[in-house]
Design a protein around this ligand. Structure first.
Ligand code: FPP
Length: 250
């Protein structure tokens, strides 16, 4: 494996329903096996030494799915938070959640809040679950926060720049998103980390999420290591500077 490891990997975990459909099983079975992939990918990411892993587990739009599927996903999330608590605590993983968390039912929010709180000092890896999350919604919320500060007279409009807005997002304290993976063969961002993905390398894989285990992750990391990240510069400039500073435009 190459030594050029991303600091922060985001994953759009897609294809659970289709995985189940071809096996003539209910969609929720795809989500259940998908939760096993979450466990394996989290463990492998920690072992590899990633600083941050962000998983798109439930979008703002997923609330519109059939009620029984939403209920089953909430139960799976609860089971995950309870079953993985010891693993997260023992491995110095910090659990973080982004999205409209208030909208989650208490059966998820209670174990989520407890684990986020209890793991807050951990420095091993930050595992962020995007729950009831939308990239646009997240940007709108950040804009509201800044507008309120302007209205209160604590922030000058001219002081709002890329850095200010980025830090106001719920991902503001995480390392920059280096690699964004989407499973299932679809090639869309689907409202995930729209701002954060500005300079991320995108890797789309044909594997359905329930089949995406650590060997598939290793292949994505190999693909990432083979990319040249230019951040708007030319290859020649990059070779000259060997800078690891990420420019903000271009
Ligand atoms: C997308 O597949 C997946 C989801 C909407 C839910 C993701 C949830 C899990 C992987 C399991 C629980 C999560 C955790 C963190 C334990 P899809 O249903 O849209 O698949 P399709 O496009 O084939 O229908």
């Amino acid at each position: 494996m190459s030594t050029s490891l991303p600091r922060h990997v985001g994953i759009i975990m897609d294809g659970n329903g289709r995985w189940a459909q071809v096996r003539r099983q209910p969609r929720i079975e795809g989500h259940r096996v998908g939760a096993e992939s979450v466990r394996d990918i989290t463990r492998a990411s920690r072992q590899l030494g990633l600083e941050a892993l962000t998983l798109y587990a439930f979008s703002s739009q997923n609330w519109s799915r059939p009620a029984d599927e939403v209920a089953a996903l909430m139960q799976l999330l609860r089971d995950y938070l309870i079953d993985e608590r010891a693993e997260i605590m023992d491995n110095q993983i910090r659990l973080h959640a982004i999205g409209d968390i208030e909208r989650l039912p208490p059966l998820v929010r209670d174990p989520l809040d407890a684990l986020c709180r209890d793991s807050a000092d951990h420095r091993g890896m930050t595992l962020t679950l995007a729950l009831s999350y939308g990239g646009r919604e997240s940007l709108a919320r950040a804009a509201r926060t800044l507008a309120a500060q302007v209205a209160a007279g604590t922030l000058r409009p001219e002081a709002i720049d890329v850095d200010t807005l980025g830090k106001t997002l719920p991902t503001g304290e995480l390392p920059p998103l280096d690699l964004l993976i989407r499973t299932s063969g679809e090639q869309r961002i689907s409202n995930f980390m729209l701002w954060e993905a500005a300079y991320a390398e995108l890797v789309f894989v044909d594997v359905m999420w329930p089949d995406f285990r650590r060997n598939e992750l290793y292949k994505c990391l190999e693909a990432y290591a083979a990319r040249e990240r230019r951040f708007g510069l030319t290859s020649a400039q990059l070779a000259e500077t060997e800078s690891d500073v990420e420019p903000t435009a271009g």
